[in-house]
Design a protein around this ligand. Structure first.
Ligand code: AMP
Ligand code: ZN
Length: 478
């Protein structure tokens, strides 16, 4: 399997450092607000990687932190008139709920930065002792960027004549170099107000954001991890700084592969509250969209390509998911034809292999989905040709392949768990479909049309086939 590593800028063969066991750290949400759909694009890629590594037979230690102390969480708590911990807990819960709604496999752990203060202080002490960090006049401890030769290797940025130097005389006068960044910040009144103050050898204060990830990663996963993930905006300075401080502190390479997820746009524009194109998962659900369609949309583009999130795209995703579910139902309900497996079972195996190869190639989800649709088309053609019948072994091969693919995609599974909730609804639709068939059989076409219209208003399309009426959900109901 190959992954694209942002550090070497190469797509390289991936093997975990410890055979069979992969360690992954993904920068998690800053819990000052509900995570938006852009954040969830990145997190959906985490879930895809998590599922894929397990699918390929690895044990996976997958850590996704909560950034529960930084400027935004402190400001947010102060505005809400709450303590930091109370404020962030709301959004920790919301994140976990949304992740479950979108069918994420539980990650191995979700450390909160505030639970790692002693380790953070020890980490900074080590950096100060060895001359990689210094205490400035303003009471901050800064990482000394010039002490780290490799600084800038990840981003290609951060040379000492980069833009930062212009600011040195104004806000950052206590730094020795404009690129230096705070590991420890002295307590401000607002920090005290919300209870974001911890003791340290440098006085009361709080950790810097970059430090948090290095400490949680090395504490939970060891000095060197296999894969570090984040959105593309984190590459610089966040990840550059993580590398500098971690490698200086441990003397070992920090991450063997760096994966960066390209940002999601909404209606081809950068998402922003002022443009009114800012969506949270819960708003989309309130708008009638199905979690499965959201998940499908987030997974449909390659993680290094742009994903343009639109209502039309969500409608297409809704239809794609429904098509997949309808297909599975058609296969499951197919009348059993006598005889052994035909060539179909072998071809299904080939499509499953193509699906795996696509993911092996730097998680190429769109190509994996193409393999899935090829399978669907081919099996549908075979079913059409055989009057809707299928040999038992063929049917098992198809259903097994779908289940295998879904172990990575997680959409059928998610739809079915949603279905359980909506099961009553499903039965009602089925009953209406049957009532309409009866009305048609007794030539009461007006009644049949009324039912069709009623269902159409709910986003359900009927298709009359020689095998009976099939129904599909073309969009979420009102
Ligand atoms: P934050 O909560 O701001 O710390 O961000 C959490 C994660 O979401 C980070 O990995 C970000 O890089 C990522 N992220 C933020 N905005 C977007 C976006 N528009 N598209 C994809 N990922 C994003
Ligand atoms: Zn981070």
């Amino acid at each position: 399997m190959n992954l694209h590593d942002s550090l070497t800028r190469k797509t390289r063969r991936f093997e975990p450092l410890r055979p069979g066991r992969v360690s992954v750290y993904g920068c998690g949400p800053t819990v000052y607000d509900f995570a938006h759909i852009g954040n969830f694009r990145t997190f959906a890629v985490y879930d895809l990687l998590h599922r894929y590594l397990r699918w390929r037979g690895h044990e996976v230690d997958f850590v996704v932190n909560f950034t529960d102390v930084d400027d935004k969480t402190i400001t947010g708590a102060a505005k809400a008139g709450r303590l930091l911990g109370e404020h962030t807990e709301t959004f920790v819960r919301a994140f976990l709920d949304d992740a479950e709604t979108l069918g994420f496999l539980p990650f191995s752990s979700h450390p909160r930065a505030t639970a790692y203060l002693p380790a953070m202080v020890a980490f900074v002490e080590r950096l100060v002792e060895q001359g990689s960090a210094y205490l400035a006049n303003d009471g901050s401890v800064y990482y000394a960027v010039p002490s780290f030769d490799d600084y800038g290797r990840l981003s290609g940025k951060g040379g000492d004549n980069d833009a930062g130097r212009a600011r040195i005389d104004t806000e950052d006068f206590d730094k020795r170099d404009p690129r230096d960044f705070a590991l420890w910040k002295p307590a401000q009144p607002v920090d005290r107000e919300v209870g974001a103050v911890w003791n340290s050898p440098w006085g009361p204060g709080r950790p810097g954001w970059h430090l948090e990830c290095s400490v949680m990663s090395t504490s939970l996963l060891g000095d060197t991890i296999d894969i570090h993930l984040g959105g593309e905006d984190l590459l610089f300075p966040h990840h550059e700084n993580e590398i500098a401080q971690s490698e200086a502190a441990t003397g070992h390479a920090f991450a063997r592969f760096w994966l960066h997820v390209k940002h999601l746009k909404v209606d081809a524009r950068k998402m922003s509250k002022s443009l009114g194109n800012f969506h949270t998962v819960r708003e989309l659900l309130d708008g009638g969209y199905d979690p499965t369609a959201i998940r499908w949309t987030l997974l449909s583009a390659h993680y290094r390509s742009e994903l343009n999130f639109t209502r039309d795209g969500l409608d297409d995703a809704t239809a794609s998911v429904q098509r997949l579910l309808d297909f599975r139902r058609r296969v499951r309900d197919a009348t059993e034809a006598p005889g052994d497996a035909t060539g179909l079972a072998a071809r299904v195996g080939e499509h499953l292999a193509a699906f795996g190869r696509a993911l092996d190639d730097d998680l190429n989800a769109p190509r994996a989905l193409a393999a899935l649709w090829t399978l669907v088309r081919e099996v549908n053609t075979a079913l059409d040709g055989a009057g809707g019948t299928m040999a038992r072994a063929d049917r098992e091969a198809v259903l097994d392949a779908l289940a295998e693919m879904d172990a990575v995609l997680g959409v059928i599974d998610l739809a079915e768990s949603a279905r359980k909730v909506a099961g009553a609804d499903e039965e009602r639709v089925q009953a209406l479909v049957e009532a309409r068939e009866q009305a048609r059989a007794s030539r009461d076409f007006a009644a049949a049309d009324r039912i069709r219209e009623e269902l159409a208003a709910e986003g359900i399309r009927l298709e009359d086939t020689p095998d009976g009426t099939r129904w599909t959900r073309v969009r979420a109901g009102p």
